[in-house]
Structure formats: C-alpha cells, structure tokens
Design a protein around this ligand. Structure first.
Ligand SMILES: [Fe+2]
Ligand SMILES: [Fe+2]
Length: 195
C-alpha cells in the first residue's frame, strides 16, 4: 500500500476539506523528508493516513474507542478528539492492511508526539502543525516552521512548549504523552549541549 493507493481508498469517506489538509501535509512532510534525507514513502503514507477519523464527531470517536477496548487516558475521555490518531492507526492496520509499525506509531501519536518518534515521524508531525493553512490561521506558528529548517526535533519541542503554554493559560488539561515527549526531547538537547 502506497500513499496514492491509500488516498484513493479513503477519499470517499474523508470530507473534501480534510482531504485538502491531508494533501498539504503529504506535500510538506515529503519536503521535510527530502531536506533531511529521510524515508519519503514512509512519511507520505503516515501523512496520508493520519486524519482518517479527524472529521468524526467526538461522540463517535469515544464510542469506537470503547467498542475496541482501547486504553483511554482520562485526558482523552475529557477531549475525545485526541482519540482520532489511535483509532486511525488501528483502522489502517485492520482494514487497509498497513503493517509498517513506524507508520502506524506516527499516526497513533501525531497529536501529542511520542518520546520514541523517528525523524520520519517528526517530519509528518511538524508538517501537520505548520502546513500553509495552519500558519495563515495562526501566524505564531511561523516560528515553528522556521525552526524546522534547522532541526525537526527542535521544532517539535518548540511546538509542544507552545501548546503547553496555551493549555496553562486557558486552564486546559495536558496529555501525559506530550509531557513525556517534551522531557525526552529536552534531555536529548541537554545531553548535546553538555558534550
Ligand atoms: Fe490529526
Ligand atoms: Fe492533520
């Protein structure tokens, strides 16, 4: 299964606006992949599948997760939109036969990030957050895009910090995986600066 075939499979069930977002993410993620000499087909497939369920109502996401016996974090229970990645990863494996575990993990954790993310995963993650329409809607994201031209992992840390700051200001919950991911990225950069 390559991303073109997957696009054909999902285009009937993903709304056009979401499909347009996915197309922009595929393009930008592939550009990051080229720049950093990464596995482009893996990046494109993850980008193509990541928002399969993003347009579903939260009630339906929760229902699906409960039916599948998914481990639901209390933060996800409070904000079921967070389940769209984990549920898409399961669906893409079971219904579309995607077996690449790196691709599935990237899709599963594309909202929060994950401490074990590869650079391919980060290419997809960052592209999702800073594709042109996202920056047009929120110019504060331009800095994340700019940092990505220097380092995908630094851009990831900056993005997670940005969202955590926002959550603190608004009194929102923070997903524990965002915290674990931030800690891992920070310790990586601290280790580098201590060398
Ligand atoms: Fe998403
Ligand atoms: Fe997305």
């Amino acid at each position: 299964m390559d991303h073109i075939r997957l696009r054909e499979c999902i285009s009937a069930e993903v709304p056009p606006k979401m499909l347009a977002h996915i197309d922009r993410v595929v393009t930008l993620a592939a550009a990051f992949g080229e720049k950093y000499d990464l596995n482009i087909s893996e990046i494109k497939l993850a980008a193509q599948g990541h928002d399969l369920f993003r347009a579903l109502p939260e009630k339906e996401l929760l229902h699906k997760a409960q039916n599948m016996d998914l481990d639901i974090d209390p933060v996800e229970l409070n904000s079921p939109v967070l389940l769209h990645g984990p549920l898409a990863a399961i669906e893409l494996k079971e219904r579309f036969g995607i077996k690449d575990s790196q691709v599935l993990e990237t899709i599963k954790w594309h909202t929060t990030g994950h401490p074990e993310f590869s650079l391919e995963s980060w290419a997809m993650f960052i592209a999702d957050k800073v594709e042109p329409n996202k920056i047009a809607k929120n110019s504060n994201l331009q800095i994340i895009f700019d940092i990505a031209s220097e380092s995908l992992e630094k851009a990831a840390l900056a993005y997670i910090d940005f969202r955590i700051n926002e959550a603190l200001q608004l009194g929102f919950q923070i997903h524990p995986m965002s915290i674990s991911t931030r800690n891992k990225l920070l310790s990586k950069f601290n280790a580098i600066s201590n060398e």
